[in-house]
Ligand binder design. Structure first.
Ligand SMILES: [Zn+2]
Length: 59
């Protein structure tokens, strides 16, 4: 078993490509979700893309 450090990806939708993750993100935003981002998973066992919330915005 590989323990994930940092961002966990269990329970999240996994996408093989950035394009697929972006499409998923756009659909969520169209449904009213805000501040979502597609990011590359750092989990070596996953290596996919996920859609998650952005970290605290800095202005
Ligand atoms: Zn992952």
């Amino acid at each position: 078993m590989i323990r994930t450090k940092g961002r966990a990806c269990t329970g999240k939708r996994r996408h093989d490509t950035e394009e697929q993750a972006e499409e998923h993100r756009r659909r969520l935003i169209a449904n009213g979700a805000v501040r979502l981002t597609a990011y590359r998973c750092r989990n070596q066992a996953c290596r996919g893309w996920h859609v998650g919330h952005l970290p605290k915005p800095r202005h």
